[in-house]
Design a protein around this ligand. Sequence first.
Ligand code: SF4
Length: 324
Amino acid sequence: MAKQAPVLEVQDLRTYFYTRTGVVKAVDGVSFSLMPGETLGIVGESGSGKSMTALSIMGLVPKPAGKTVGGKVLLDGEDLLQKSNSEMRQIRGRKICMILQDPMTSLNPVYTVGNQLIETLRMREDARGHGLKERAIDLLSKVKIASPETRIGNYPHQMSGGMRQRVVGAIAISGSPKVLIADEATTSLDATIQYQYLQLLRELQKDTGLSIIFITHDFGIVAKMCDRVAVMYAGKMVEFAPVRDLFNKPSHPYTEALMRSVPNVDEEVDKLYAIEGQPPALDKLPVGCPFAPRCPYVFDRCLHEYPTSVTVGENHHAHCWKLI
Ligand code: SF4
């Protein structure tokens, strides 16, 4: 059987911000691939470069300070970094789309959700009025909104947070994209609604073969949803592993520390564990391993050279000198 090709391949992606205080390396040499129907989790603390990796893939890096200065983003073999703005406008939504944490940043409060869905369908399919309302109702029912015929006339403020996030999901899948990037898409939802939303994404994935990148700080979501996980620190991917291996054998000291900071309900402790220190300023990265100032295993070599990638298992790699 022929080997499947990745739907998305990111190679040595670099996005820098040019500020008064120096060059902020927000994404620095990130590489990974995503197979059809696969779910990849990207985890890490705030400011580790997860969201900026997503924005770089989408061609939405904030300008003028930010710039993707190197690498490739191959979607079905075509490099998105070589596309013009108008070409990217055609690709976003149709082939690749993104759901953000707060649905209100994606929805316009002065239009009904029906208007917004119909307008999206019109733009994506160059279609005229006929049948668009029915398509919009169908999309709302696909994302499990009850009474879609009535709800289509609602304004975003007339819906709950969970419902609004479903509408954003409906808009995202309206162009039948191949890749969906969910950036902390369930963070603002309460636990029950979050569970339902994750179920929904799974069902959509099963029906459409959609590939998903989950950006999250929630290891529960990673365990539930992802096939593979990438751990980011200071703009770099420091560990990459199949989900089970990452949980069974976290190899990078940063991954180990992240996992330790997840509270365990079965364990009685006086004080919850937190990783000591702060992530480094990205415009003043230390020479050597950026985790060195916080790492309990640090030794001389860590302070002078950036660690190479070490294979610790099948498809499991980590950048750490202690693993050599
Ligand atoms: S390379 Fe050194 S400082 Fe960095 S994570 Fe490994 S042991 Fe810690």
